[in-house]
Design a protein around this ligand. Structure first.
Ligand code: ATP
Ligand code: MG
Length: 329
């Protein structure tokens, strides 16, 4: 693992009375891509916004714990937050160009930080737009409003804007979720190139994207840290059942079930017997989805199926009482 760049210790975040992150401790390696994964509402954005202290701009938030960036505690009240946000850039989920020209969007940050030299600004604008592969598309209309760009172009412009202040760390909150596949690919390629110079933390809902990009993975669930570690370990041999379920569950989004069986209200071992009977009727390779609400079934049924030579593709909590178990014959 590369040298630790961000070290989070016992971080908890509350919005009013509700807790969004519970006692998170982990380290994020430098000059690597770290992906934060987990279902909606699990605290991914909250974690990202804690790292550059944007979280405190939300009313009634309470934050405790420490976040060390290159050894310095950024939670220190005396810290210069503007300098911190120059060092740690954030790329939002929805492209949000400033209501000004393409040129001014990129020049905005350097100007705020005191750059007045016209030639230097021109150079920064060109460099950054080239880095995000936007230069050729916009070089003839730098004075046009940024709002006229396509959504994919706007997202690349926002990335260029982040890069213009020469940050060391780039936080990206689902940076491709508003983009078409081609624009997403362009951004992904850029992020991989940028990691030789930057520490990148990316929030993604897309497990395929996490697999493509991540060197390191953080899995959150309901505000808790479920698992973190090198991407190949987490994806290939997750230590936690919840991680395995999340990864498989996301993959299952595209899978068609050959048969579905509602076994709610049926206890072990009868639910197991019914599931086996249903599998008997299916062809080799077919997929059966079972819904159960018996807590013992959640562990026992997959175990029994695997012992009988079936492949358990997923066991995933659907709501407070129900689980789905997906089996391939
Ligand atoms: N400003 C706020 N006030 C109150 N609760 C909030 C606020 N922002 C977030 N929350 C709550 O905190 C929890 C974590 O939210 P967060 O936005 O970090 O989740 P997320 O993992 O980024 O979700 P998504 O994948 O949907 O973007 C959620 O339950 C959310 O409703
Ligand atoms: Mg979010």
């Amino acid at each position: 693992m590369n040298e630790t760049c961000i070290s989070i210790r016992h971080l908890s975040v509350f919005y009013g009375k509700s807790v969004a992150l519970k006692d998170i401790s982990l380290s994020i390696p430098g000059r690597q891509i770290t992906a934060i994964i987990g279902p909606s509402g699990c605290g991914k954005t909250t974690l990202l916004r804690s790292i550059n202290r944007l979280i405190e701009s939300t009313d009634e938030t309470r934050v405790s714990g420490e976040i060390l960036v290159d050894g310095q505690n950024i939670m220190d009240r005396r810290l210069d937050v503007t300098a911190l946000r120059k060092k740690i850039g954030l790329l939002a989920q929805k492209p949000s160009p400033l209501p000004m020209s393409i040129y001014d969007n990129v020049a905005y940050g350097p100007r705020i930080h005191g750059e007045r030299d016209r030639k230097a600004l021109d150079r920064t604008v060109q460099d950054c737009l080239q880095t995000v592969s936007l230069w050729d598309e916009v070089k003839h209309r730098l004075r046009a409003p940024a709002s006229r760009l396509s959504v994919g172009q706007q997202q690349r412009l926002c990335l260029a804007r982040s890069l213009a202040v020469r940050p060391e760390i780039l936080l990206c909150d689902e940076p491709t979720s508003a983009l078409d596949p081609v624009s997403s690919q362009t951004i992904e390629k850029k992020l991989v190139e940028l990691k030789k110079d930057y520490t990148i933390v990316i929030v993604t809902h897309n497990i395929h994207q996490a697999i493509r990009l991540a060197d390191y993975v953080i899995h959150l669930y309901l505000g808790e840290l479920v698992e973190h570690g090198p991407a190949n370990e987490v994806f290939e041999h997750p230590k936690e059942e919840r991680t395995r379920a999340y990864i498989n569950g996301t993959f299952l989004a595209d899978i068609k079930f050959d048969k579905e069986l509602d076994l709610k209200g049926t206890k072990c071992p009868y639910n197991f017997v019914y599931a086996k009977l249903a599998l008997d009727d299916l062809a080799e390779g077919n997929i059966l989805r079972i819904i159960v609400d018996d807590p013992t079934a959640v562990t026992e049924l997959p175990r029994g199926m695997e012992a009988d030579g079936y492949e358990v593709l997923n066991s995933n909590q659907l709501n407070k009482t129900d689980w789905e178990i997906v089996i391939r014959k």
